[in-house]
Structure formats: structure tokens, C-alpha cells
Write a protein that binds this ligand. Structure first.
Ligand code: CP3
Length: 364
């Protein structure tokens, strides 16, 4: 059942087709999309809604396309398929934003490090040789083509979010060679060989700026920087390897694309979020952040995004409804974008996402 009437004809039109199907419905002149209003600091009600990892394995239509592709990276670099995957959750749930379907590890891949995604294991990267990393060149161009395809086919009130991994988190995968139990290798390099590590971070800052700016140029209306592993570091490390790179990225983007807001998601940064709020237009709260604390300490400086526990979305029902209600009520006085505290889990029933979308829509 469509949750609002605004996009229902879009849903009707696109339901008939499985594959990429551009449909355009402009907002009346002068109206700004709800997500962009919240990012500009307005307390928009109902709160704009989208979910991290809203496209992915919990959707049968994603699994079907994924099974037909040779590899996950093939999907990321195939503009028509990546655009289709980006639009799948938009058709189902009418969120206020689409997030580009891609991955944070496209940057190391484009720099020449081997990157593969292994079923059941996640990313596996080849050995890191910083001296052998090359400039990204035009290898990420298919991503920008995806951005323009999606932008041309979104309903008028849905904003398009582009993204990149933050340098610290991308470096963590590059140094460890994949996910890790203790992430000791990357911390060893950061603490034990800070000059060599800074050189890697500097290259990633530059590549990230170019990647985000190119997404904005292709039609992304907001950008998110995922720093999923900020919480591995002590406060001084967060300031040095997460906050300072974010500051440089934000400054460069403000110069190149002053009207495109930046969402920072430094997961596990705790009370240091107040320092990130000085830099970003919006702060993504992880599951552990207290929304009442964020209302007092973040919303005065930046919009807040988040932060329902993805496990509550798996559980659904009253537990989910109550937790979502508490977040909405704690953050209702200021700019808030409803989201999860981390990505949608693959076992999530899609009906729970539809129910959550309705709850947020109906909470004025
Ligand atoms: O949010 C979205 O829907 C947009 C697309 C998106 C993906 N990855 C697609 C994806 C985004 C924004 C990401 C970000 C990303 N990728 C992060 C930061 C956010 C986070 O989750 O902390 C990280 C750390 C990665 C690296 C990565 N990609 C890992 C660790 C994995 C394996 C774990 C997993 O969930 O499978 C991936 C694979 C990946 N990225 C999938 C998707 C849909 C699943 C791939 C598959 O189909 O097998």
C-alpha cells in the first residue's frame, strides 16, 4: 500500500517493470524536497525517511539481480543495473531519499588494489603496496553515470544521496585486507608509523573529494561520508584520522559544490560527535547514541540522522514501533532525518520496512 499519494502513480507505473524504468514527476516550482529542507536545518514533520543499506540482500528483487551478475563489483560498475538496484527500495517504500548503489571499496579498487567480494565472507583485498597505488583516473566514471541515470528517474520529492567511505575506514580495509576481528594492523600502522599512514590518508582524502564532487556534479543532491570504524580509535586518534580528514573533505566540497549538504556518519565517535557537528550539515547517529543527548548537543549545530537499532527492524511489531516513537519524540524540536543506527540487516523482512515507513510518515 502506498504510504503517500504523491508518488503512488510512480509506484503504479514502475511496478509493471522489473528493469530500470525512468519516470519523472517534478515537484511544483519553488518546493524543496523534504530531505533537503531538513539538511538545511528545518524541523520538517513528518521527519524525512531513508535507511542505510535500503537496497540489498533483504530484498528478493535485489537477490535476483545479484544472482544474474558475475560479481558484486560488476553490479557496482554497471550503470543500468546499479540504477535499477538504487530504485528498488524507492518503488517499494517511497523513502525521502535514494542512496546510490555502490560501495566504499570502489576507491581502493580504482587505485589499483585488488578488491573482491566473497560470498559469506565479505570484501577481500589484495596486499597493500602504497607506492604502487595509482591515480583513480576515469575508473569511477560508471558510478557517475549511475548517479545521472537515477537522478533523471526519481520521483520529484525524492532526493539522491551520493556517498564515499571516510579515509580512516577505507584505509582500515586496505591495510587489513578485509574485515577483521581486532583491526590491529591498521591501528599498528596509525600509531606506529604515523608518517606513512598519513601519506595513505592524504591520498584517500584527495580521492574522496574528487569522488564526492563528481557525484555532486552528476546529480547527487546530498553526500554522506561513512566512517564505520571511527569507534576503533581513542579520542586523539578520532581527531587526527577521522575529524581532520572530514574537515578537509568538507572544506573542499563547500568550495566546489556549496549547495550540496554533507552528512557525516562517524560510527562509535560518542561525545566527539559535537566536534563533527561543527563540520557537517548533518550527523548520522549510530545505534549507541542517545537521541535525547543529541537533541541537546548536536541539533543546535547540525541536523541529526538516525538511529533505530537495525535489530529492531528485524523484530518489527510493538518493540520497533515504541523505539521509533521514542527517537521521533526526542528529536522532534529540531532538524531530524529518520534512519537506522547502521545498515539494514539481510534477514530483515521487507514488510517491517514498510511498517516503519508508515509509522514515521504518520508521526507529525
Ligand atoms: O546503503 C545503500 O543501500 C547503498 C549501497 C551501499 C553498500 N555498501 C552496498 C553493499 C553502501 C552505502 C555501502 C557502504 C559500505 N560498504 C560500508 C559503510 C557502511 C557500513 O555498513 O558500515 C562498508 C564498511 C562497506 C564495505 C562492505 N561492502 C562490506 C564490509 C561488505 C560485506 C558485508 C555485507 O553486508 O555483505 C560489503 C558488501 C555490500 N555492500 C553489499 C551491499 C548491498 C552486499 C553484497 C552482496 O550482495 O553480497
Amino acid at each position: 500500500m502506498p504510504v503517500s499519494t504523491a508518488g503512488s502513480s510512480y509506484i503504479e507505473k514502475t511496478r509493471i517493470q522489473n528493469l530500470f524504468c525512468p519516470v519523472k514527476e517534478a515537484l511544483p516550482a519553488g518546493m524543496v524536497k523534504p530531505l533537503l529542507r531538513a539538511l538545511a536545518g528545518e524541523a520538517v514533520r513528518p521527519a524525512p525517511f531513508w535507511l542505510m543499506r535500503q537496497a540489498g540482500r533483504y530484498l528478493p528483487e535485489y537477490r535476483k539481480l545479484r544472482a544474474s551478475a558475475d560479481s558484486f563489483l560488476d553490479l557496482c560498475f554497471s550503470p543500468t543495473l546499479a540504477a535499477e538496484i538504487t530504485l528498488q527500495p524507492v518503488r517499494r517504500f517511497e523513502p525521502d531519499a535514494a542512496i546510490l548503489f555502490s560501495d566504499i571499496l570502489t576507491i581502493p579498487y580504482a587505485m589499483g588494489q585488488e578488491v573482491r567480494f566473497v560470498e559469506g565472507k565479505g570484501p577481500v583485498l589484495g596486499p597493500l603496496n602504497p607506492a604502487a597505488l595509482r591515480p583513480v583516473g576515469n575508473r569511477l566514471d560508471p558510478v557517475y553515470e549511475t548517479v545521472s541515470l537515477v537522478r533523471a528517474s526519481l520521483p520529484g520529492n525524492t532526493a539522491l544521496i551520493g556517498f564515499a567511505g571516510a579515509p580512516w575506514t577505507v584505509a582500515a580495509y586496505m591495510v587489513e585486507g578485509g574485515s577483521s576481528r581486532d583491526w590491529l594492523q591498521v591501528r599498528r600502522m596509525a600509531f606506529g608509523d604515523p608518517e606513512r599512514f598519513a601519506a595513505l590518508i592524504d591520498r584517500l582524502v584527495d580521492a574522496t573529494i574528487d569522488h564526492l564532487a563528481a557525484q555532486a556534479a552528476a546529480g547527487a543532491e546530498a553526500l554522506q561520508l561513512f566512517d564505520s570504524w571511527a569507534g576503533l580509535l581513542p579520542p586523539s586518534g578520532v581527531r587526527c584520522w577521522c575529524l581532520e580528514p572530514a574537515r578537509r573533505i568538507a572544506a573542499a566540497l563547500r568550495e566546489r559544490h556549496p549547495s550540496v549538504p554533507l552528512i557525516l556518519f562517524p560510527r562509535g565517535a560518542g561525545t566527539l560527535l559535537t566536534e563533527f557537528a561543527e563540520i557537517g550539515d548533518c550527523i548520522g547517529l549510530d545505534t549507541s547514541a542517545d537521541s535525547g543527548w543529541a537533541a541537546c548537543n548536536i541539533q543546535n549545530n547540525a541536523a541529526v540522522q538516525g538511529n533505530l537499532d537495525p535489530a529492531l527492524l528485524v523484530v518489527g511489531g510493538e518493540a520497533m514501533e515504541q523505539a521509533a516513537g521514542e527517537i521521533l519524540s526526542a528529536l522532534r524540536q529540531g532538524p531530524h532525518i529518520f534512519n537506522l543506527g547502521h545498515g539494514v540487516l539481510p534477514v530483515t523482512p521487507p514488510e517491517h520496512v514498510a511498517a516503519l515507513r508508515r509509522i514515521v510518515q504518520e508521526t507529525a
